[in-house]
Write a protein that binds this ligand. Structure first.
Ligand code: SF4
Length: 117
């Protein structure tokens, strides 16, 4: 099988052609640097994404911006969003505070990206 993807590792955005079969990469072309090989491999075999979203505040108006501390498996994003959407944050919150620990058993936290006094 072949997939055409854009490497988003840097602003150049090289168009990659990834050939794969039975969970193995056969070839990757179109990359300008070796990071494109890593990107193309991960994107086809185990795609991951950083979640950036907002949660409700309990004792303040408005929403608190949050993100995953690192990338999460893309195929579970809806599961993670369902967990995040049930959570509220209570001020004061510092940027970097853990809002959800170990989301979905991944070992990755959802953290605040803004301080709210
Ligand atoms: S292959 Fe290298 S140069 Fe091209 S977009 Fe990816 S990181 Fe940038």
């Amino acid at each position: 099988m072949t997939r055409e993807i854009i490497c988003t590792n840097c602003p150049i955005g090289c168009p990659l052609t990834v050939e794969f079969e039975d969970g193995k990469i056969l070839s990757i072309t179109g990359n300008t640097c070796k990071n494109g090989i890593t990107f193309g491999t991960n994107e086809v075999l185990c795609p991951k994404r950083t979640i950036t979203t907002i949660v409700k505040m309990e004792n303040r108006s408005g929403m608190l911006p949050v993100k995953s501390a690192s990338e999460l498996p893309k195929e579970r994003i809806f599961e993670f969003m369902a967990i995040i959407n049930k959570v509220t944050a209570k001020a004061p919150v510092r940027c970097g505070d853990v809002i959800i620990s170990d989301i979905g058993g991944t070992g990755i936290d959802i953290v605040a990206t803004k301080t709210v006094e």
